[in-house]
Design a protein around this ligand. Sequence first.
Ligand code: ATP
Length: 237
Amino acid sequence: MPLLELKNVHTYYGNIHALKGISLVVEEGEIVTLIGSNGAGKSTTLRTISGLLKPRQGEILFKGERIDHLPPHKIVEMGVIQAPEGRRIFPRLTVRENLEIGAFLRKDKAEIARDMERVFQLFPRLYERLNQRGGTLSGGEQQMLAIGRALMGRPRVLLLDEPSMGLAPVLVEQIFSIIGDINAQGTTILLVEQNALMALAIAHRGYVLQTGEIVLADTAHALRENKLVQHAYLGVG
Ligand code: ATP
């Protein structure tokens, strides 16, 4: 049974039909990427999984259980955790406080401390900035904090929305390499990205989304070799 599965999911904003029957699976241990241009519906897919938007049709299953009717906090409790887009950390709270909030559903103090250590190993920069307010961090540091905060919730599936957005190329490489490390340490990841080149370099499988529909699904390797993908998303040809 897949860890996460979407079956024919339709999501609307009022009359706008944003997701037109999305079906995808994420298996335990994978990095699956969802690539597509602006407005394809990538963020809408993540928001629908997180319960922030309710699908009008279709099913979302986590470990075989329907979650599409649950409120967002219940979905987080089950371990389906989205790292907010870069800048959505708490600007007035310190780095430490932001990370602690990520663990607010947990009571296991010793484990929380251990996970915070792990976040600092992944992002030494956050340790250096522990008592600095989130809002005064650089864009890249805020992105790290957003991912670190999600990790503090012990995700079974980590949903990442454009982790490379607004970052300098050297930081993009660093963030993707850390995402690979997080996965290697056992976290399943659904990664939404416009940067198809980087996403396909670390993912196991991928889906290509166009105006609310999945038009291609394959291994990351096959997608990298695919002519349409190369032309439309990798800037080749
Ligand atoms: P990007 O990479 O530019 O963020 P995306 O693939 O994440 O794009 P979505 O943000 O999911 O795309 O948007 C999918 C479609 O839904 C777009 O046509 C967008 O205009 C529309 N949409 C998104 N949010 C809203 C909203 N709050 N109200 C109305 N339409 C929306």
